[in-house]
Design a protein around this ligand. Sequence first.
Ligand SMILES: Nc1nc2c(c(=O)[nH]1)N[C@H]1C(S)=C(S)[C@@H](COP(=O)(O)O)O[C@H]1N2
Ligand SMILES: [Mo]
Length: 252
Amino acid sequence: MNPIPRRKLITTGLTLAAGASGLAAAATLARRYGLVPPDGSGLYGPGETLTYAAQRLLTRHALAREFSPAQISKPPFANPVRPLGDTFQRLQQAGFTDWRLQVGGMVAHPGSFSLAEIKSFPLSRQVTHLACEEGWSYIAEWTGVRLSHILHLSGALPQARYVVYRSIQSDWWESLDMEDALHPQTLVAHGMNGADMPVPFGGPLRLRVPRQLGYKSVKYITSLLVTDSLKGFGKGLGSASPEDGYAWYAGI
Ligand SMILES: Nc1nc2c(c(=O)[nH]1)N[C@H]1C(S)=C(S)[C@@H](COP(=O)(O)O)O[C@H]1N2
Ligand SMILES: [Mo]
């Protein structure tokens, strides 16, 4: 079956339902096609569902815009980062040689990678825009390995639906559906503007998700967990963001 007409059909259905009988009807339709985000219930649930479902149907495989090196912002803006704590400082003093990225959950080969291993993996680069929901943004060059490469190496199982990622800052955690996790521009980034990732920007290791708002690009990542359900994580809304009133899906 050719998926495109079907996708058009469903999207048209969603739009018509939203127009004719409100968001709740559109959400019911989205549910039927398995296009409900983890924060798709509750007060803002129908709106979140419509956004997510429409994006997934319309912008599949779309790439975030890439810029030329001449467009890189100087100096790039960095959000102020809270003090990172003793464990981080110890790792930093040792040049991050002991920094590891754990990979677990629904993978054939759970384990961990050192920073050096991650740096030895095939390098991707992109000049993209990072936008904070609070209004500031900048363009930078990011280098790193595709998240998809790490997921393939680890043998992510076919039942996988989401990847949860955590930071050494334990209150920052996020997740992506497999479409964004396997997206070619989604990187485990260790470099920025031609140098190692600076600490204020998330060094030594940061997830970079250029198709979503800045808060999905979590800094200081320490683990990836592959799962088929987000129910067991935090309040079950998919990440820390919806617990603070932000959307789980922050597509731009
Ligand atoms: N670990 C961690 N990751 C984080 C944050 C943070 O405070 N801690 N802030 C997030 C938010 S809200 C944004 S907008 C971006 C900001 O990235 P920047 O400092 O490169 O501008 O990082 C995101 N990742
Ligand atoms: Mo942000």
